[in-house]
Design a protein. Sequence first.
Length: 390
Amino acid sequence: MPHKQSPASAIDLEQLKNQLPSTPAFVLDGPAISQALDKLAFLRQTSGCKVLYSIKALPVSSVLELAKPIVDGFSVSSLFEAQLADEILDSSGSIHLTTPGLRENEWSAISRIVSHVSFNSLSQRQRYRHSAPPSLSQGIRVNPKLSFLDDDRFNPARPYSKLGVAIADFNLLSQPESVKGLHCHNIFSATNFEPLQKTIATLTPLLNNSALSLQWLNLGGGYLYNQIDCQLFIDTVKQLKAAFNLDVFIEPGKALVGQAGYLVATVLDVFNSDGKSIAVLDTSINHHPEVFEYQRQPELHEHNPLGEYPALLAGCTCLAGDLFGEYNFTKPLNIGDKVVFKHIGAYSLIKANRFNGYPLPDIYLSHDNRLSKIKQDSYQCYRQQWLADK
């Protein structure tokens, strides 16, 4: 039977605005993360897959600690991520790495920390495989040349992709028997498993290749499991494990934290510009850079499509394009009002910066009906970033 999800976490956002002593604030919804972890635990149990949290989505230690008892480990893309994963896991899980940017001066440290590596290219594999410790399970990232995204900025299988080895190039492998796994990630925010079926069909010749000594298959991330009936996924993983006798990994990131983050801001100023009401906030798109990178308009709690008072929400920096977008309100915004951007748990805070010297948002965890501050930016953080070493 399809897994029945528990009701979505219901943070009282109006109460949240009153609880916060200051803004901007980034609030993590602990119950929403726990709900997503419940779904992943269900998938592990029913399909036999192994789950790695992709910490690039949001590496806050509180999230990693919540995930640690449920997941089989973390997936990482750099030495710093690997070191953080290792610190949190304390030898209690596996760490998988894939990146196009392996650095020679970091390889020795990385290869001692991670348990699995998926080399991004044949040349990368050739440079590093001989110096890898015997305990490191070596794989290759595959580019299946299947595109399911219209926006090539998100598309790992775009033309001239830097991500992965084409299946046709596997005939150039030296010592294929040392390849223990395959990694494939060619999806972003998918809400059905049709891409997964097509991808596995494309990978089947490699899975059947007797020259490879495959022990694992990493299907990557990109599927929003909480928004999909997962029975097809469960059946697919069972079939893969039965047919090829290997471990199947998935790497959810946004699926775990995407719905679990809120950015709360306060209106600093309101004025008219060319006939539009401009409300300047004490936050900035630099606290959520994908707004500018991809020209997105984040979901706002206070927005009412039928509201009769439109306002353009602007960030507080001197960048002209520091704009969140135009929203409608049921009453005019005033200085001191608070607003909440919803469902920005993934790829927001991890990309945030201190442009113009504005501090990063304070970070709070909402859990067990309590709001706890877990991180506060300060002048010392800014100073440490920019003061020249002496």
